[in-house]
Design a protein around this ligand. Sequence first.
Ligand code: CP
Ligand code: NVA
Length: 340
Amino acid sequence: MSALGSAEELKRAGSDGDETAGIAALPDFVATARLPGRSVLADTDLTAAAIAGLLATAAWLKEQRRQGEPHPYLAGKTLGMIFQHPSTRTRNAFQAGMEQLGGHATFLGTHELQLTRGETLADTAAIMSRYVDGIAARFAIHDDLVQFAAGASVPVYNALTEVYHPIEALSDVLTLQERFGDLSRLRLAYVGDGNNVCHSLLLSGAAMGLSLAVASPVAYQPRTDVLANARALAAASGATITLTDDPLLAADGADAIYTDAHESMGEENDPAKEAALAPYRVTEAVMAAAKSAAVFMHCLPIHRGQEVDEAVVDGPRSIVFEQAENRLHMHKALLLLTMG
Ligand code: CP
Ligand code: NVA
């Protein structure tokens, strides 16, 4: 790894407003991974090489933070955040991450904007682009994010839509890589709703050689277009994608068992869905079908007793808080490589 700028140089870059000094001090392997101006609306906006660069940069930023090394490479930059749904992890990871990188973040709930009085998504994005250097957006409807991004002239980051949650999946791939090393030898079993998180794990995981087995009730399986893309990515990376309605079959021999809420934001109180997904709870029996070293994963927030038993999520194989922490490091990597 090449020499980094000294802590003193980086502090100067952070305090005198000269953001190019901070970027110039990036180590070579981070500088060459840069994705200037890149928006990430779906996982497929990133190639496997780009994801590899994000993983390496996130790991490096995590180490910088652990060692207490200042890293204000985004001094003078501002991230705008616009959220239509609540958020604990994503919003905090973006905001804390931006501050740790020497920049600033502003937050707007969509209900606070003139969107409520008919201003268009594209106009809102065009105007925000005049103030900020990148925008994180959480919209209920993916097409709204696409319309919003069409008006933006700065990078737009998908902070979750009903179809994709790409930075979640990238953070989870980082967590798996940290825990196990070589992703191409791993198999992740996703048990539950074939939702946004499942879609992004399929796409980002398959791009990086991670094999995935999804167990969902037939009515709640992942979208066929997403599966087709994931299969194409898997064919290129050497991974496999399998689909079943049997949680124990998916879990058999897996390295990680992943689940998510049975009802996502915006679709609460759906008794038919709740009933269909009830047998897809991750129990000790599901964990027992996996490898002895297998881990339990969840993007959070968790609903103990619904999609997972308390004994599993609070047990020794659970790495849910490592996942949550890695959101910070992966969000920082994305901000640095696209905005820096
Ligand atoms: N996992 C996740 O995206 O959490 P938040 O909704 O709290 O951001
Ligand atoms: N599938 C969940 C993920 C929350 C982080 C949802 O969309 O609500």
